[in-house]
Design a protein around this ligand. Structure first.
Ligand SMILES: Nc1ncnc2c1ncn2[C@@H]1O[C@H](COP(=O)(O)O)[C@@H](OP(=O)(O)O)[C@H]1O
Ligand SMILES: [Mg+2]
Ligand SMILES: [Mg+2]
Ligand SMILES: [Mg+2]
Length: 341
């Protein structure tokens, strides 16, 4: 019996529920259908194919990034503010690259989850599909296909990393990035430098086209940090490693990970450790994390915890990246983030 003598008609309740279900279905039908289809069919994806596709996507996006910069057609605008109050910028380069990268991956594997930093509600979709040709360079290093369940995969795309410096025409810092996480663990990382046409790729327990440098300064490491979202990283690093610690301010999370590796680009700076203390998102860091992990290195929060690349885009526990250095010892040297920032 309903309150105040109002009688609920069973037919009315049924119609109301059906309408509600209809609205929910309308809103989420695409997502539900693709996930259910993947589950029903027990679809698998070959990670070696996904690596080749990730390289292709990063290069394709990079071409747009370069073209828009050369045409001086950036049309930069502010899309919001970071938690610390810095302007978050967006350009046509970010958008055009996103469109190429996102749709190439989605058109090829419609049933996998892809999280991109950017979105394209207003611009026409691309119908590009990958040709499934795996480059010899990858086939030579990764001899076997590796199938995983499609619904265990999360792809993270950064269509243009270092947008702020792209606007300032500091081209060397700019990269495009793709990362594939399986059950939240970063497995495939691709970092592409569009202005020098270099692409670093790696797959955990698979292979890579880059390697660590021969040596690192473990005792007095040179630290690479953000130039435009630094927060109090300098004092944080100096508390850990001493006031004479050499700090390199540089842009781009992709660029900073490459500075820890041996890459065929003499002009790329070299550092021993990468530290970030402000908020950062998973499309910025996943590819670098996978690359380092594949080569035996580490990228963790400042407390040394692994970062889970499923679910939310947030990482607010900072970042510590190193390779061929005792990472645990580095963590022990770091001060508490809350107390020192
Ligand atoms: N505090 C913060 N809040 C949001 N994004 C941040 C951030 N600090 C760094 N980032 C993002 O991380 C990337 C590398 O930053 P930095 O060059 O400062 O090291 C940039 O990505 P995008 O250029 O893709 O937006 C930047 O926007
Ligand atoms: Mg951005
Ligand atoms: Mg980025
Ligand atoms: Mg970006």
């Amino acid at each position: 019996m309903a309150p105040m003598g109002i009688r609920l008609s069973p037919l009315g309740v049924a119609v109301f529920c059906l309408l509600g279900l209809g609205v929910i279905y309308h809103l989420y039908s695409g997502v539900i259908a693709s996930r259910l289809a993947a589950l029903r069919q027990g679809k698998t994806v070959d990670l070696r194919e996904l690596l080749a596709l990730s390289v292709e996507a990063a290069v394709l996006g990079g071409r747009e990034v370069k073209r828009i910069r050369e045409e001086n057609a950036l049309e930069e605008k502010t899309k919001g503010k970071t938690k610390e109050g810095a302007k978050e910028m967006l350009t046509i380069g970010d958008l055009r690259s996103h469109i190429k990268m996102y749709h190439l991956i989605k058109n090829t594997f419609p049933y996998i989850k892809v999280n991109s930093e950017e979105h394209d509600h207003t611009l026409a979709a691309e119908h590009n599909v990958w040709n499934h040709v795996i480059p010899n360079e990858i086939l030579e290093k990764i001899k076997e296909p590796k199938e995983v369940m499609a619904d265990s995969i999360t792809v993270w795309i950064d269509p243009l990393d270092a947008t702020q410096e792209y606007i300032e025409d500091l081209r060397e810092y700019v990269t495009t990035m793709v990362c594939v996480a399986v059950d939240g663990v970063p497995i495939i990382g691709v970092i592409h430098k569009p202005f020098s046409s270099f692409t670093a790729w790696a797959m955990v327990s698979g292979g890579s086209n880059v390697k660590p440098r021969k040596s690192y300064n473990e005792k007095s490491p040179e630290i690479i940090v953000s130039r435009s979202h630094a927060g109090k990283v300098t004092s944080f690093a100096q508390k850990a490693f001493g006031n004479n610690t050499k700090i390199h301010p540089a842009a781009g999370a992709g660029y900073k990970v490459l500075s820890l590796l041996d890459i065929p680009d003499e002009s790329h700076e070299k550092a021993d450790v990468y530290i970030h203390v402000t908020y950062i998102k998973k499309w910025d860091i996943c590819a670098g994390n996978a690359l380092l992990k594949a080569l035996g290195g580490h990228m963790t929060t400042l407390k040394g915890e692994e970062i889970d690349y499923s679910g939310s885009e947030r990482n607010d526990a900072g970042l510590l990246a190193s390779i061929n250095i005792n990472h645990k010892l580095l963590v022990e040297k770091l001060p508490d983030l809350q107390e020192s920032t």
